[in-house]
Design a protein around this ligand. Structure first.
Ligand code: ZN
Length: 276
């Protein structure tokens, strides 16, 4: 499932190709992609709009339009957003919809499992309310601090990994980057959140940023369906410290990485380097 670095990789590739471009047509091949809007309503709403900026919040794309509305999309499990320099190259396999641009290019949303979504939100205020109801701070924003993380973990009996996966605590982290950040911070994934010290929360804040930065620098991780806007795999999977490395040596101590389950997710960590 694409996480913040994967979505940001696509966003950075798309921004110069989309910003200032007008949408000349919208094709919806899977009505479920835009539900509860109708395919025709969605298409009519977007056609003729200009894309002012290609933004991101957490794992969401947030494309601001010239009338103040936003096109908000989420890739969910297996979605990909592909940039095609010629609209005629639009793929047919797993295509759910496409935006055609006045440059002659197209943006195609493909998605084998069909959980991804697209919707138009009418105003900047409504977009703010939409994200406020779903997302906590961005990991790279100033308001995401060790102090805040410490405050959010008080009285929480939940495992720290489960808390990191909660998008309302911090936006954009999923199974890969939770495992990698907890390893960098030396914290066991099943450790109760309330047991973390302030110093551990400071270390974890930094480790989250470091893991996400490494992921962005590697253009994301392709352990399943993820491809960038040009259909190319990321390479962060080759740099994982613990994630999906069961039985392989921990980069910290050389001992074996173990696999367990935390928060219902396959979870990888080192029993020596990460304190429980
Ligand atoms: Zn270790």
């Amino acid at each position: 499932m694409p996480e913040l670095p994967e979505v940001e990789t696509i966003r950075r590739q798309l921004a110069p190709m989309l910003e200032g471009r007008r949408i000349t047509n919208v094709v919806v091949t899977d009505p479920r992609w835009v539900a509860p809007a109708s395919p025709r309503g969605f298409s009519n709403r977007l056609t003729g709009s200009r894309i002012e900026s290609a933004g991101r919040r957490g794992k969401y794309f947030d494309f601001l339009l010239d009338d103040g509305a936003s096109l908000v999309m989420h890739l969910r499990m297996t979605g990909n957003l592909l940039y095609l320099s010629e609209a005629s190259a639009t793929p047919s396999a797993h295509l759910r919809g496409a935006l055609l641009l006045d440059s002659g290019a197209a943006l195609a949303f493909t998605d084998p499992r069909r959980f991804g979504t697209a919707e138009v939100i009418a105003s900047p205020e409504a977009v703010d309310a939409y994200f406020a109801a779903r997302l906590g701070p961005e990991p790279f924003d100033d308001d995401f601090t060790g102090e805040r993380l410490h405050r959010d973990t008080r009285n929480r009996k939940t495992p720290i990994k489960a808390l990191l996966l909660d998008q309302r605590r911090v936006a954009g982290i999923g199974n890969i980057y939770a495992d990698e950040a907890l390893h960098r911070a030396g914290i066991a994934p099943h450790r109760r959140a309330a047991r973390l010290t302030r110093a551990q929360c400071d270390a974890l804040r930094d480790a989250i940023r470091d893991s996400l930065t490494a992921g962005i620098d590697a253009k994301g991780a392709s352990i399943d369906d993820f491809r960038d806007a040009y259909g190319v795999q990321g390479s962060f999977q080759d740099q994982f410290l613990v994630h999906r490395r069961e039985g392989l040596p921990c980069p910290g101590c050389g001992g074996p990485v173990v696999k367990t389950r935390v928060a219902g997710r396959g979870t990888y960590f080192c029993k020596t380097c990460q304190r429980g």
